[in-house]
Design a protein around this ligand. Structure first.
Ligand SMILES: Cc1ncc(COP(=O)(O)O)c(C=O)c1O
Length: 409
């Protein structure tokens, strides 16, 4: 057997956040413990019927759609996106040069890093954040500068805290609002204006990861970064069908921005893949044209789930607030669990109770002390999940009292 090592950049990365949790989940499953999965942001509900029908019909009756597709996306797909971006956000894009189809936005984000970054370049990344933002940059040997998302700043980064020297060396900044994992939305448009100003001043490519733009609650509606002056000079924006239309496994997304900033990714991808399959793009067209109210209906379900989960956690003494978007609840570990750390809590929780959640540390060091709950299980199961979390918390409280009495700790 040969003895060959993977690249140093790959070796230096720990396994992906869900690899370990999924492993434990499997072990628990074999012990017949009932699992309530609130871990990955993997929608439990199906896409709209018309999209499924369109896909089946196309696959069955249109043989041409089985051929290689156009890597950058079919013109019809890109035209539909341009129309949707205009209708939804009032922003205009030339479908020929300013929109690129993706095999999910995760693929696009990772390949964008490979298209732009050299080893040693700095990337400004929120902490905590969707792990692909830092892992993709690390895979090409880039240096990560973490912008902490703190509760006192409403989980928004403070651009004034970025040292001038770092800003000068930085090539990219990632922002993602509505946010994974904190579920924060941006309500003050000045934030986007400041981000654009900062990135233009320092010659930084600003990435707006807008995967949750359609999952918002009440009167709040998430903007596109391109609604703000100057954005086209510095930004690219990623969108996804995964969450808006429950099409996570279908792998379809897009990125838009001016040709000068977008073209390196188009070129890079032309060496790697042939783009999303034609039948998938046709289904995507149906989604954007014919299921325009779907995101709103889905948001109502997530809002109901969010309220139920937050209320339940608060009753157990956990700190968590109602949110205005996404499919997540971000909750502070109670005092009795904080010392143990979020990874150990997540592992024990699934092993002992069958409830799967995500440890905050998996999203960055400032995520420590928190857990993320994905609202991807029917709320009928929440009562049970909360009962188990409650029992788990009580046991931790008892153990702490016990150690204080017997060991004086
Ligand atoms: C912020 C964010 N961006 C991108 C993605 C990936 O989306 P896609 O399924 O389009 O690759 C996710 C998935 O959870 C996400 O949370």
């Amino acid at each position: 057997m040969i003895n060959i090592e993977p690249s140093n950049n790959l070796k230096n990365l720990p396994p992906y956040l869900f690899t370990k949790i999924n492993q434990i989940k499997k072990e628990v499953h074999t012990k017949n413990l009932d699992i309530i999965d609130l871990g990955m942001g993997n929608p439990d509900l199906p896409p709209p019927d018309n999209i499924i029908e369109r896909l089946c019909d196309t696959v069955k009756h249109h043989r041409n759609t089985h051929k290689y597709s156009q890597a950058k996306g079919m013109p019809k797909f890109r035209k539909t996106i341009a129309k949707w971006m205009d209708k939804r956000f009032g922003v205009k894009f030339d479908y020929e040069n300013e929109i690129l189809s993706l095999i999910g936005s995760k693929e696009g984000i990772a390949h964008l890093c490979m298209s732009y970054l050299n080893s040693g370049d700095y990337v400004l990344v929120c902490d905590p954040t969707y792990p692909v933002h830092f892992n993709a940059a690390a895979l090409v040997g880039a240096k990560i500068y973490n912008m902490p998302l703190l509760i006192k700043n409403n989980f928004l980064p403070d651009f004034t805290k970025i040292p001038e020297k770092i800003a000068q060396k930085s090539k990219m900044m990632f922002l993602n609002y509505p946010n994974n994992p904190t579920a924060t939305v941006v309500e003050d448009n000045n934030f986007w204006k400041e981000a654009i100003k900062f990135c233009k001043k320092h010659n930084i490519l600003l990435i707006s990861d807008n995967a949750y733009s359609e999952l918002t609650f009440g009167n709040y509606s998430a903007p596109s970064i391109f609604e703000f002056p100057g954005a086209k000079d510095t930004a690219l924006e990623f969108h996804s069908f995964s969450k808006t239309f429950n099409m996570a496994g279908w792998r379809l997304g897009w990125v838009c921005g001016v040709k000068k900033l977008l073209y390196p990714l188009e070129k890079f991808k032309s060496f790697l893949d042939y783009g999303s399959s034609t039948f998938m793009q046709l289904a995507g067209i149906s989604a954007l044209n014919d299921s325009q109210t779907f995101g709103k209906e889905l948001s109502l379900i997530y809002e109901r789930r969010m309220k139920k989960m937050v209320k339940g956690l608060q009753k157990l003494g956990w700190r968590s607030n109602e949110t205005k978007g996404t499919m997540y609840v971000w909750a502070r570990l109670p005092d009795c669990l904080i010392k143990e750390g979020s990874l150990s809590v997540a592992e024990r929780l699934v092993k002992e109770t069958g409830v799967v959640i995500s440890p905050g540390i998996g999203f960055g060091k400032h995520g420590e002390g928190y857990i993320r709950i994905s609202l991807v299980t029917h709320e009928k199961r929440f009562h049970d999940a909360l009962l188990r979390i409650g029992k788990f918390t009580k046991n931790a409280q008892k153990n702490i009292k016990f150690s204080r009495i017997y060991y004086g700790k």
